[in-house]
Design a protein. Structure first.
Lengths: 105, 126
């Protein structure tokens, strides 16, 4: 089970954001982060805890291992607002997602 | 450019069946594992099933095991999800997704989703 916190972050453009994802058992570094905007499919941001996916800007960074992970967004841009999900592949099937963190203005 | 286009969604009654299709283009479809992920409107994401590049089953979620069947046709560059015994709780947006890793899935590979379709809505109601 992946537990994300907080459920909602209210921030302004230019501020930084740190999102948390905690796994109920160790998953090594087998964790990904996705961003989803309203009406759109999710987009892969980070995989294997800290690797940015193709085309993802460096203001997005991930860290963590074992059971505790975080996604940091430095200097929020207007297009960064949306819902962020973590997802694990450390123990699968099944592949599982966290419940999401909404980053809102 | 990778493109995944789902079709086959719509409204159906509980207990009936639907078959979703996903047409892939812009990449070597037969090199990649593929998956189905769904999302109840306004809720989170749920992985349903995956199939390896060579057609081996990667698994099903408990919520659909025994009712849904994943398959692929590499000649048609298509992924399918046969959904039987539909339930009201199967109402969701269904996404076709590509695995990040080409080739054989191992304990240290596969299981992330780097390309997503736009989704197709399935509504199950009496």
């Amino acid at each position: 089970v992946l537990t994300q916190s907080p459920s909602t972050l209210s921030l302004s453009p230019g501020e930084g954001a740190t999102l948390s994802c905690r796994a109920s058992q160790s998953i090594g570094t087998y964790l990904a982060w996705y961003q989803q905007k309203p009406g759109q499919a999710p987009r892969l941001l980070i995989y294997d805890a800290s690797n940015r996916a193709t085309g993802i800007p460096p203001r997005f960074s991930g860290r963590g291992s074992g059971t505790d992970f975080s996604l940091t967004i430095t200097r929020l841009e207007p297009e960064d607002f949306g819902v962020y999900y973590c997802q694990q592949r450390g123990n699968w099937p099944p592949l599982t997602f966290g419940g999401g963190t909404r980053v809102e203005i | 450019e990778v493109q995944l286009v789902e079709s086959g969604g719509g409204s159906e009654h509980p207990g009936r069946s639907l078959r979703l299709s996903c047409a892939a283009s812009g990449f070597s479809f037969d090199d990649y594992a593929m998956h189905w992920v769904r999302q109840v409107p306004g809720k989170g994401l749920e992985w349903l099933s995956g199939i390896s590049w060579n057609g081996n089953l990667l698994g099903y979620s408990d919520s659909v095991k025994g009712r849904f069947t994943i398959s692929r046709d590499d000649a048609q560059k298509s992924l399918y999800l046969q959904m039987n015994s539909l339930r009201v709780e199967d109402t969701a947006m269904y996404y076709c997704v590509r695995d990040i890793d080409p080739g054989t899935c191992t304990p240290s590979s596969c299981g992330y989703f780097d390309s997503w379709g736009q989704g197709v809505l399935v509504t199950v109601a009496s």
